[in-house]
Design a binder for this molecule. Structure first.
Ligand code: IDP
Length: 139
């Protein structure tokens, strides 16, 4: 069943480079409402848990180190067709392939340090949002 929510993180490179405001502005300008928002320093253990689905991929250990290297900003977003529309707004995983006007085209530095996360399914959006926010923080 399609839902109208997705989950995002502004990754450590983008928070360290003072792009939180710029990225949130692009998200709001893209028609998304911010349902929940917080800045978090992940431990390697928590980052490993978040990316557990990627644990067999060759870049997993580097990804866990990177995602725990500095604070991230976690948010739940709302819009019709949220998951697919947000994937369009952020652009391709590799910024070299990201379309003009996307968040990754503007802010990503590399395929790993690619500025933002966006859920890839409604099911994962729910799981990922619940990883950071309790029910009384989602409104
Ligand atoms: P996505 O974030 O665009 O959905 P995924 O394939 O789910 O991309 O990968 C999750 C994250 O892992 C990426 O956003 C990126 O930070 C990192 N990543 C993906 N592919 C590579 C790679 O080939 N080398 C290093 N890091 C990667």
């Amino acid at each position: 069943m399609a839902t109208n929510r997705t989950f995002t993180m502004i990754k450590p490179d983008a928070t360290q480079d003072n792009h939180i405001g710029g990225i949130l502005s692009m998200i709001e300008a893209g028609g998304f409402r911010i349902v929940a928002l917080k800045k978090v320093q992940l431990t390697a253990e928590r980052a490993g848990k978040f990316y557990e689905v990627h644990s067999e991929r060759p870049f997993y250990n580097d990804l866990v180190s990177y995602m725990s290297s500095g604070p991230i900003v976690a948010a739940i977003l709302e819009k019709d067709n949220a998951v697919a529309d947000f994937r369009t707004l952020i652009g391709a995983t590799n910024p070299a392939q990201a379309a003009e006007g996307t968040i990754r085209k503007k802010y990503a530095k590399s395929i790993e340090a690619n500025a933002v996360h966006g859920s890839d399914s409604d099911e994962n959006a729910q799981i990922e949002g619940d990883f950071y926010f309790s029910a009384d923080e989602q409104f």
